[in-house]
Each structure stands twice: as structure tokens, then as C-alpha cells.
Design a protein around this ligand. Structure first.
Ligand code: F6P
Ligand code: MN
Length: 399
């Protein structure tokens, strides 16, 4: 801070630290959830939401408090307050408190990233000559890599290292039994049918609602690259977070930083991937979108009301992939659903386009299971919902 801003930087740092200590104290001692004070694009929406929560309580319950409010709300609120501490402390108001751990995750995963990029480059050379079955096989492989890439978020490990150290490509077969809901076939039918029936110049758009930066983002970009080179899609739209979020979530800065790192690798094939990716962005075949809605506490069924412009944007997609656990919690409203409730029902009216959640399980919520499946897992492995060991591809939409 001193190097960048001199004495002013040190003062600002002290201020941010004192605001963060106050936040820690409030959360540890179950104080009321207080309104946000610093003016930012979403401050009013947050405070209205807080007010609404307040109005749901009986008079005797008093104000919403840290230990007694819904987890999704309080957890999002905590990250928003961390951001508030930073923006209240100029000139360090653009500081990303999680930047260091995100970059560390990338560097620690370099070996797996290299293996993945080599795999992708080899695939790109043959992709034109693959028959239907081979193409489907490769698609399934990259989908699974993107799924298991979601194990690597940093909020589950409290910011501790959670990088990918072994090559995941060789483990896919062993990991298959841990996929509890597997709708990959639906994704294939949807995209391959479109490829067969579409006019030459028509657009096929796949949107990816990103989750974590670092290794997971590389797996998502690899999948996105494959979708274009296999002609299963003609453009990919990405959505990231506007503020640092849940430790490892991707911001535009992380997105650009990662592509630059891959491009600058001294491994020829890795750097070729980076060059390709930068090119996709420049030519508009990859489009990155920011929207404040992704860092609000609202569940997705509120999107058409709270962020109609974003909902309308998503409606343009032929398929939306939602990466990660937090997105699943927001898709399903983070409710205590029965395990067998259909996914469509839990979405509670959120159907902008055919969609699929690609997520490893880290929170105590799962819908769309077979009768008895959840109970059986609970009996044999009490923590199955929260360890990230299990995964799903859960699809909703007409085919
Ligand atoms: O990066 P992901 O997959 O959304 O995981 C974040 C998850 O980690 C937690 O912060 C801790 O389990 C959950 O609240 C959240 O759902
Ligand atoms: Mn995340």
C-alpha cells in the first residue's frame, strides 16, 4: 500500500482493517444486521432487501441478526460488507482482498492446467475429423472436467489452498460413480440436434454463469473453446462477479489476468490456448458480461423482477450452464427441499432458457434425486452433501 499510495495508502489500510475488525465482532457476537452505509450501485437494493427481511419478523423477534437469519442472505451480506470496508477506504478502494489467494490457486494448479491445455490442443487438431460418437465422448470428457474443476473453490477451505495438483483427465472414469444426477445426454441432444438442423449462418449461443477463478476457470474456458471448435455453439457468453465474492469467484480482472497468464506461458501449447482465448474475446465470439445482480442476496426466481435486463439477456441463450454450488443454492432458493422434489419445481418459475447446473455438492441442498437415494447416502456418509466429493449435471428445459 505504501509503495503504491505512500502514507495515504497506509492510513487507508488501517481504516479498512478497523472496519473489518468491527465486522468480525458483529458477526461473532450475533449483532443485528445493519444497513449498508457507503453509496454504491447496489446499496439501495441491499437495504430494501434488509428492510423486507425485517418486516417478515414478528415484533418480538426484533431485527435480523447474524445467527438467526437465512444463511444465504447472511453469507452474501458478509462478502458485501467486506467490500464496503474496502470502498470506504480510498485510495485503496479498488483492492481485491482475495486476489492473492486466487493467483496462488492458479500457480499451484499449473501442472494440471498444462495437461488440460495440451489435451485441448491435441483435440483441436482432430476435431474436424471426429465422428458423432467421438465428438460426444470428447464433449462428455470436458463437461466432467469442468464439473470436477468446481471442487477447487477457496471459500469451502476457508481460503486455504485448494488447487488441482493431479491431472484430472485420467481420473474421470473413477469419479463417474460420484455423479448423482447425470443429464449430460440432454445437453448433447440439445446441441447436436441444433447443429444438424440449423441454417449455415445462424447463431447457437451457450451462456456460462462462471464460478471460481484459477483451475476451475481454465476448465470452463477449455469447454467453451471446444464448443466453438466442434461447432456445437457459435458464441459463448460469460457472466462474472462485479466485486470480490466468496473468496475465489471470477471478476473481469481475474478473467483477463488468467487469459494473459496462459498466453504468456513458456509452454508452447499452453500459450497457444491463451492466444486463441484472447482472440475469441477480441472477435466477439466470447463475450464477458458484468451485472450487479450476481452479487445480490436474491434467489434467481427474483431475477425477472429485480434485474429484468439480465433475465432478458439470458433468454437469448440456447443453453445456460450454471457453475458451482452458490449458483445452485440461488437456483433452488436455498430451501430445505425434499431430495425428490423435481428440479423444475425448485426453480420456482426461473426458466429463461434451457439450463443446467454443473456443481459439486458443498451445501445441504439437493433436489431431483431418486426415491431413497438421499437417505441411502446419509446413512452411509453423513457428510455427503458438503464435502464436494459428489457432483451433478442437472438439466431443466424442453429438448
Ligand atoms: O464456489 P462454489 O462452488 O459456489 O462454492 C461456494 C460454497 O462454499 C461455501 O461458501 C461454503 O460451503 C458455500 O456457502 C458456498 O455455497
Ligand atoms: Mn465460488
Amino acid at each position: 500500500m505504501f509503495e503504491k499510495h505512500g502514507e495515504k495508502g497506509i492510513e487507508a489500510e488501517k481504516k479498512a482493517i478497523s472496519l473489518l475488525s468491527k465486522l468480525r465482532n458483529e458477526s461473532q457476537t450475533d449483532k443485528p444486521i445493519v444497513p449498508l452505509v457507503e453509496k454504491f450501485v447496489d446499496t439501495d437494493i441491499w437495504n430494501q432487501y434488509l428492510e423486507h427481511h425485517h418486516s417478515l419478523l414478528n415484533d418480538s423477534d426484533g431485527k435480523p441478526r447474524w445467527f438467526y437469519s437465512p444463511w444465504l442472505f447472511v453469507e452474501c451480506y458478509m462478502y458485501r460488507r467486506i467490500h464496503e470496508a474496502v470502498i470506504q477506504s480510498p485510495p485503496i478502494d479498488d483492492f481485491d482482498v482475495f486476489k492473492e489467494s486466487k493467483e496462488q490457486n492458479f500457480f499451484e494448479s499449473l501442472e494440471s492446467i498444462t495437461a488440460l491445455c495440451v489435451h485441448l490442443q491435441e483435440l483441436m487438431k482432430t476435431v474436424e475429423n471426429l465422428d458423432e460418437n467421438q465428438l460426444k465422448n470428447e464433449f462428455f470428457k470436458l463437461l466432467q472436467i469442468s464439473l470436477w474443476g468446481n471442487k477447487c473453490d477457496l471459500s469451502l477451505s476457508g481460503g486455504e489452498s485448494s488447487s488441482q495438483k493431479t491431472s484430472i483427465i485420467n481420473s474421470l472414469e473413477d469419479l463417474k460413480p460420484f455423479i448423482l444426477v447425470n443429464d449430460m445426454e440432454h445437453l448433447w441432444s440439445l446441441l447436436s440436434n441444433r447443429k444438424k438442423t440449423r441454417e449455415k449462418a445462424s447463431i447457437v449461443r451457450v451462456d456460462i454463469v462462471l464460478d471460481n477463478s484459477g483451475f476451475e476457470l481454465v476448465t470452463d474456458l477449455t469447454l467453451a473453446n471446444f464448443l466453438l471448435s466442434s461447432k456445437l455453439a457459435t458464441e459463448i457468453h460469460f457472466y462474472g462477479k462485479m466485486i470480490p465474492w466468496f473468496v475465489s469467484d471470477t471478476t473481469i480482472h481475474d478473467f483477463n489476468w488468467l487469459i494473459e497468464q496462459v498466453k504468456c506461458s513458456d509452454h508452447k501449447w499452453v500459450s497457444e490456448c491463451g492466444v486463441n482465448w484472447e482472440n475469441y474475446v477480441k472477435t466477439g465470439r466470447w463475450v464477458y458480461h458484468d451485472h450487479i445482480f450476481w452479487t445480490l442476496p436474491h434467489e434467481f426466481c427474483a431475477m425477472s423482477q429485480v434485474a429484468p435486463d439480465l433475465y432478458a439477456e439470458l433468454q437469448k441463450a440456447h443453453l445456460i450452464l450454471f457453475k458451482g454450488d452458490l449458483n445452485y443454492r440461488k437456483l433452488t432458493g436455498d430451501r430445505k427441499w425434499e431430495f425428490t422434489v423435481p428440479f423444475h419445481q425448485a426453480l420456482n418459475g426461473f426458466h429463461p432458457a434451457p439450463l443446467c447446473s454443473i456443481r459439486t455438492l458443498k451445501a445441504e441442498i439437493q433436489v431431483g434425486l431418486q426415491p431413497g437415494q438421499g437417505e441411502q447416502l446419509t446413512a452411509s456418509e453423513p457428510n455427503w452433501l458438503t464435502t464436494g466429493k459428489y457432483g451433478i449435471f442437472q438439466f431443466d428445459g424442453p429438448l
